[in-house]
Design a binder for this molecule. Sequence first.
Ligand code: SF4
Length: 213
Amino acid sequence: MTRPERAAAVLSALATTYPHAHCELDYTTPLELLVATILSAQCTDKRVNLVTPPLFRVCRLAADYVALPAEQLEELIQSTGFFRAKAKNIRACCAALAERHGGEVPRTMEALTALAGVGRKTANVVLGNAFGINVGVVVDTHVLRLSQRLGLTKQTTPEKIELDLMRLIPREQWALFSHWLIWHGRRRCTARWPDCPGCELRAICPSADKIGR
Ligand code: SF4
């Protein structure tokens, strides 16, 4: 099987397995998704989803995060870990949004990655999910691991893996493809104990039954 053939088979199997895959962070606006994604670094989406409802009640606009005393913001996001750095980034990011973008979240990779605490992965999450703009592929820990296991890349860095995936996956499916791999990584192909015997992709996976055994 060539790599493009494998990619097509993987897409088809994932689409059938996870017809309702979506971003698992809760949000109602682009700003909420941006803040939730910054909070999700080194933290589970479940934990972030517990923290954000009270936070979003206090902060609806970018200016609200700037006006909120740093200690209060830190307290609200404490359980997501690295809360001092995250609070600092969120406040700096929202100050820039208020000053340079009229309080709105920008819709380009360049403008987003110029914001504090926003790297290419976070920008891809926001662009793909809040705006439906596919500029790149989100490569988080699940996408990285599964792309390698499924034989879609031999690269090891997120930047190079993203380029391989952008060549293999149709652009209109980039955001969805990340959700599919993230869902499969959480539910079936976990880092330490992949459930190969029960896996829907077993017939087309070159790593089936070879990991941790
Ligand atoms: S067959 Fe195993 S290694 Fe391959 S995707 Fe499924 S769980 Fe992961």
